[in-house]
Design a protein. Structure first.
Length: 359
């Protein structure tokens, strides 16, 4: 129940930030906003303030801002979305994505002020601001010896075969000396545990014939910065996170186009909720970092040129720019409607896979 509550709070913050971007941009452009909704219908309850109805809906997997004329209708109405210039419509559509990026920056900046766990490999942080340096497991490969032995994301590696391993490069070197089939003994510290654990596991040939235990090890330290530096490093971290996420989405799309399959494990609402609970167990600042990552993912996802998403609506603006005339409202509305149905089907399928993985 606690995991579900934390997930819903994180989701609410991300969705409300995104939709607030659309809402305030539309108000700025003098467009009429008919509804600001959290979740998808059916509606649970709502309250009207001025011309806008604020609603809470049953399916808490997103939100929406209903702007009058957003599908091209009522072009003669000066407060209709369709009656405004291409530039203003573009700004309203892209405002949600921008708000999610800004939210990620705020979360990461606050994290750096509190003390954000950060990868130190290749980083240029002033040593005066870094503490609690350690080797941490930042990924566990499914089906690997590490997963089978019970290693988890966030575990701190203290020793490898009795040798202290503060830096990840040293830990990888020590593990690399273990022959295939022979046991490596890791002493780990897990958040929430009162004592260290000793885990033995044998490296074996995995993908590409590489002999490994199946973990990604990273040198991590708690980086606490003064406010002005926290905001600057928060901005850089947001840029890095956005660039890496965009590359990940691009790789996913190209693999699908080539017919190579997804190639990565894709999680839906259930999987993300479980992951949120696991991250929350590591501590509040880890949750801030994860929420920033989810916010960036939401931004990139929404800018994709798929019907019903912000990017799909922007695509219609691009087509209108080159055609010198807008699409027929009925056609645009139908395309976005079909896109929404397809997205909901995808959510259901991915959720089903999440549930199957659980059992």
């Amino acid at each position: 129940m606690t995991t579900l509550l934390i997930f819903l709070v994180v989701l609410a913050v991300l969705v409300l930030a995104h939709e607030a971007g659309h809402f305030f941009a539309a108000k700025w452009a003098s467009m009429r906003v008919d509804e600001f909704g959290f979740g998808f219908p059916p509606r649970l309850f709502g309250v009207r303030r001025g011309e806008t109805e604020y609603t809470v809906n049953l399916i808490p997997l997103g939100g929406f801002v209903k702007i009058h004329g957003e599908s091209g209708e009522d072009r003669g109405d000066p407060r209709s979305f369709a009656s405004h210039s291409l530039a203003k419509r573009f700004l309203v559509l892209v405002a949600g994505v921008c708000m999610n990026v800004v939210l990620a920056w705020v979360l990461l900046s606050v994290g750096f002020m509190i003390g954000l766990p950060s990868a130190l490999d290749g980083a240029d942080y002033n040593p005066a601001y870094v503490s609690n340096v350690q080797t941490q497991i930042t990924y566990v490969l499914p089906g690997s010896p590490a997963q089978e032995a019970g290693l988890k994301l966030g575990d701190r590696v203290l020793t490898v075969d009795g040798v202290v391993a503060i830096e990840a490069s040293h830990a990888r070197e020590l593990i690399g000396r273990v022959d295939e089939g022979m046991d490596a003994t890791l002493t780990i510290e897990r958040p929430g545990d009162h004592q260290a654990r000793v885990i033995s596991l044998a490296p074996r040939a995995m993908e590409g014939g590489r002999v490994m235990i199946g973990t990604e090890l990273t040198t991590v330290g708690r980086v606490q910065l003064p406010p002005h530096l926290a905001m600057a490093y928060g901005a850089q971290a947001t840029i890095d996170m956005t660039t890496a996420t965009a590359r990940g989405f691009w790789g996913l799309i190209t693999r699908l186009v080539r017919g190579e399959g997804v190639g990565v494990e894709v999680s839906g609402p259930v999987g993300i909720a479980i992951m949120t609970g696991e991250i929350a167990d590591l501590g509040f600042v880890y949750l801030l970092q994860f929420a920033a990552l989810l916010s960036v993912n939401l931004a990139i996802l929404n800018i994709l040129p798929f019907p019903a998403l912000d990017g799909g609506r922007i695509l219609f603006l691009v087509i209108e720019f080159f055609r010198r005339k807008p699409a027929t409202p009925a056609i645009e509305s139908a395309v976005h409607g079909i896109g929404f149905v397809l997205l909901m089907i995808l959510v259901v399928l991915v959720t089903y896979k999440d549930i199957v993985r659980l059992f």
